[in-house]
Design a protein around this ligand. Structure first.
Ligand code: ADP
Length: 396
């Protein structure tokens, strides 16, 4: 069975098709600048063959029609009818969804209802779903939510100490994101540990442009660093993560900044970028190595925040089996991993293997490290395809 995975953004659609019998990617690409004067399509298939095209792409439905044409012209599919299902990344499932879900009218209504919690994402995720329905109404569609894996977090960990009615009336609580990635790498870590996932205690670190950590006990998420929105928690490329909320009132009153301006500053002008002017970790490291003080500081703040969370989550989880690094930085930055894992022997018995860390091997801990250290590349699209396949099989 072939599964199409879609990640729809405001002006783009990322796509990938998997052959689930062989669990391999058949093709992938991106349709960009939808709704602009000229749109772009990039399509990679048959191990590296690449096509780029320019065309006016009026809206997401036109994008989906173009995708079908492209797949037929390049003999990837005879038509969309050949697909077993479409799996959609949907950012926010609120408290409604703790599992990937077969899409119907009621599910669409619920995704709409939680859209105020993710106004930049859920509406465009829905546009992708509706575009598929328009082009091929009989195709089975599945929603895989970024928040779903974290729905197992207990109430004392997801509640904020705010007036209770903000939770009951306004859905203010910690939801967490990157759930598909945390879940995927947790299952991969279980394979390496040769244990059932339900017996694994893990701390997973998704370190990309957005960064988050999850505390996983017996295979279930019991805490995570992102909150109501993806702004809370670790330091990110351009997001501040945890700050004293009173800073917002202080800046607003003293610098006369509006809520929208502060929203923009905290989300887009803070994090690594706010401290040293650069949000790309590769460049931050280069500048830090050449002696730039702000870049060095940015790197230290980034890693220190992660260490604090490791401390907190090892208490939350209890006996931790492994710490898992993933995401662009987690997978590729031996410097960040070294800084994060340093000086954790006395407290947590963590011993980094410098050699395998430099080589980005899967196992980067020494044999006698009490907590194992793994580098596991994330694959959110494959996880969405697997979850979609599971639902389609069980529905038949
Ligand atoms: P996104 O969250 O957008 O999916 P990624 O997971 O691709 O992002 O991560 C992007 C981050 O990974 C960037 O900060 C980038 O600099 C960093 N990164 C990628 N390769 C390296 C590397 N070799 N060393 C350090 N950082 C890296």
């Amino acid at each position: 069975m072939k599964i199409l995975v879609l990640n729809s953004g405001s002006s783009s659609i990322k796509f990938q098709i998997f052959d689930m019998q062989k669990t391999v990617s058949v093709c992938k690409g991106i349709i960009e600048q939808i709704g602009e004067s000229i749109g772009h399509i990039k399509f990679v298939y048959e191990k590296g063959k690449e096509i780029t095209k320019e065309s006016v792409i009026k809206n997401h439905s036109v994008g989906i029609e173009l995708l079908e044409e492209l797949l037929i012209d390049n003999k990837v599919l005879k038509s969309f009818d050949e697909l077993g299902a479409v799996g959609h990344r949907v950012v926010h499932g609120g408290e409604y969804f703790s599992e990937p879900t077969l899409i119907n009218d009621e599910v669409i209504k619920k995704i709409e209802q939680v859209s105020p919690l993710a106004p930049l994402h859920n509406p465009v995720n829905l546009i992708g779903i509706k575009a598929i329905s328009k082009v091929n109404p009989s195709l089975i569609q599945v929603a895989v939510f970024d928040t779903a894996f974290h729905q197992s977090i207990p109430d004392f960990a997801y509640h904020y100490a705010l007036p209770y009615e903000y939770y009951t009336d306004n859905q203010v609580r910690r939801y967490g994101f990157h759930g598909t990635s945390h879940h995927y790498v947790a299952k991969e870590a279980a394979k390496i540990l040769q244990k059932d996932i339900n017996e694994c205690n893990l701390i997973t670190l998704h370190l990309g442009n957005g960064t988050s950590m999850a505390a996983i006990k017996n295979g279930k998420s019991i805490d995570t660093s992102m909150g109501l929105t993806p702004l809370e928690g670790l330091v990110m490329g351009t997001r501040c993560g945890d700050i004293d909320p009173a800073i917002i009132f202080y800046l607003s009153r003293n610098l006369n900044l509006s809520i929208d301006e502060l929203d923009n500053i905290l989300n887009k002008k803070s994090g690594l970028k706010g401290i040293c002017g650069i949000n790309d970790m590769r460049e931050v490291e280069q500048k830090a190595n050449s002696g730039d003080k702000k870049a060095k500081l940015a790197l230290e703040i980034f890693c220190y925040r992660i260490k604090k969370y490791i401390g907190a989550y090892s208490i939350a989880v209890g006996k931790v089996d492994a710490l898992v690094f993933t995401g662009g930085i987690g997978e590729h930055s031996s410097t960040v991993r070294e800084k994060v894992c340093s000086d954790l022997f006395d407290t947590l018995g963590i011993k980094l293997n410098m050699e395998t860390n430099l080589k980005h091997d899967t196992v980067i801990s020494q044999n006698d490290s009490r907590i194992k250290l793994f580098v596991i590349p994330t694959n959110e699209e494959l996880e969405i395809a697997k979850q979609t396949y599971k639902i389609v099989k069980s529905a038949k």
